[in-house]
Design a protein around this ligand. Structure first.
Ligand code: DAH
Length: 341
């Protein structure tokens, strides 16, 4: 038995030392020290020894067990340390490798122009309103003096949702004038930017969806001079001091008198070139004094109050601001184009 114990000790120690990882080591622990292990088997035979032999053999067996346990413990610690070392090495981060740069986007040129416009009007005490793109014909037409039969209400121009032509995609931001008059206390100073929709074919200057900014002021003693003064100020801030404007008579159902405002061509300075089609001027917006009947329909007394309004195309404004030649570039979202702003 003494020999058996010595053999087990020698074999076990050699095996423990050769174990390559914790799993192998654990298997060896079971093999030698487990319930059915080799050392346990020898200990079970202890009962067959004579009472004289037993104490010495018992002591030896305990020594062997202690030696194996200690060897296991040491080997286990060493294996764990080696595993940790290897993981640290494998997962090491090389902090000297250059980082991957994140691509940052930026504002779309049209929204840069819109922000400039908002900034200018907010500085003059205007409130910015948001309104529905799905609009009632009542707001888009009726309350703006464009009665049944008005050419702008035609099915060939407007996207209607119903056969009665009562619900539509708004064709202008002007319905926001009515919504403001019906809900806001006087005096009113608002701008209302947003999308509008018309049945237009796509080309260099047209799109079935585009953006307008509506503006409106209602107060006592408001005149056409205020309209011209305000719009001239805005144009100078957008396009630079000294930018010339010109007002031409026009017709809109909801203003009287009505006008269109042109700015002097930025390309030729008014001489005439392909950009301004030889005119020297480029049309920028429609405007006018709010028609007394429009005020009346929204419950405002035209004998006490007067007002002016305008509607400006945002794409056109941005195209002029950034010298963009084709409207389609604004919507195509080609980064090679967008990155230039
Ligand atoms: N809504 C007009 C359009 O889409 C533009 C316009 C003209 C708006 C005159 C106005 C205005 O507020 O007073 O062509």
């Amino acid at each position: 038995m003494k020999e058996q114990l010595a053999n087990i000790r020698a074999q076990a120690l050699a095996a423990f030392a050769a174990a390559a990882d914790s799993a192998q080591l654990d298997a060896l622990r079971v093999q030698y020290l487990g319930k059915k292990g080799e050392l346990t088997a020898v200990l079970k035979m202890m009962g067959k020894l004579s009472p004289e032999e037993r104490p010495a053999m018992g002591q030896l067996a305990n020594e062997v067990r202690a030696a194996l346990e200690q060897a296991l413990e040491e080997r286990s610690t060493a294996l764990e340390a080696a595993a940790l070392e290897k993981r640290l090495e494998d997962e090491a981060v090389d902090v000297t490798i250059p980082g991957k740069s994140v691509k940052l986007g930026h504002r779309h040129p049209m929204y840069i122009a819109l922000d400039e416009i908002k900034e200018i009007f907010i500085g003059m005490g205007f409130t910015v309103l948001d309104g529905p793109e799905i609009e009632l014909a009542t707001y888009n037409f009726d309350k703006l003096n464009a009665e049944e039969g008005h050419p702008s209400r035609d099915w060939s121009d407007t996207f209607y949702f119903d056969t009665d032509s009562r619900v539509m995609l708004r064709s202008q931001t002007s319905p926001m004038q009515v919504r403001a008059m019906e809900t806001m206390p006087l005096p009113i100073r608002i701008i209302a930017p947003g999308r509008v929709y018309r049945k237009d074919e796509v080309d260099a200057t047209h799109s079935p969806m585009f953006h307008q900014v509506e503006g409106m002021v209602i107060d006592k003693n408001v005149t056409m001079a205020d309209l011209k003064g305000t719009l001239n100020t805005v144009v100078e801030q957008l396009y630079g001091k000294g930018t010339k404007t010109r007002f031409r008579p026009h017709h809109f159902p909801f203003t009287e008198p009505s006008c269109e405002m042109d700015v002097q061509c930025h390309k030729c300075g008014g001489v005439g070139c392909p950009t301004c089609k030889g005119e020297g001027w480029i049309e920028l917006l429609g405007a006018g004094m709010i028609h007394p009947h429009v005020l009346e329909m929204s419950g405002i007394d035209p004998n006490v109050y007067s007002g002016w309004a305008f509607g400006i195309g945002l794409e056109r404004t941005a195209m002029r601001r950034f010298k963009i030649a084709d409207l389609r570039l604004i919507f195509e979202n080609d980064v090679r184009f967008l990155e230039q702003f």
